[in-house]
Design a protein around this ligand. Sequence first.
Ligand SMILES: [Zn+2]
Length: 261
Amino acid sequence: MTGLELSFLIYLVGAAALGACIGSFLTLVTYRLPREEPIGMTRSRCPACRATLRIRDLVPVLSWCWQRGRCGQCGVGVSMRYPLTELACAIGAALAFFYYGTSWQAVAIAGLWWSMVAIILTDLEHTIILDEVQIAVGLLGVLYGVAGGVAIEGMVRGAVAGAAIGFALKYGFLYFRNKDGLGMGDVKFLAVAGIWLADAANFVPFLFFSGVLGIASGLLWRALGHGERFPFGPSLALALLLCIVQPDVANGFWQLYGLLR
Ligand SMILES: [Zn+2]
């Protein structure tokens, strides 16, 4: 193994470890913020026995594995949500480094992935997207744009287009279908997604994928017996990530759809 390969491997493992720690933080944020509990500096406790978690209980993914999914002190089962969130965030960070190297784009893409994980967690459980996450997605979009040489005007145009599309969809649904199809969280997300897309034209594949994923997740949501109103945030976030990291695939699918129509 050459020195270059070794340093690449060390960076890759480092990125995954950082991602896992971010994931650990996100499980805390996505649990406490929707319940209006302070994030603060209080050490995490076991929800069952209230024992303060020790350092060896706090290693992302690994703690859960070597304690076989139980609290190290009282033995009560710990939700799969913790290791899965940490693992998902680790994978996102490793992929971002693998494809974008040590660059600001890698940081922005990893951040977008982590935001998507947070959106999935809070939208599935509480049908909300945290404003803190929206702000993070917006700032990361600016970072991504600046690193890629996108003009600020483009980002502003994208954000305005996103907000306009969001409000049009929200009130269009209300007017024509007489139901609240889109929550304010979704409208805000369309606006911050516009910063990333930076051009109204890029909304076409993004909205197409959001729609396809939305219909699929809505059907699944209903099949699972959760009712008509399904969380749209995960579809929006995944569609944005897809359009940013694979613009060619996104455009290709969109053109294929145009041909088949
Ligand atoms: Zn316990």
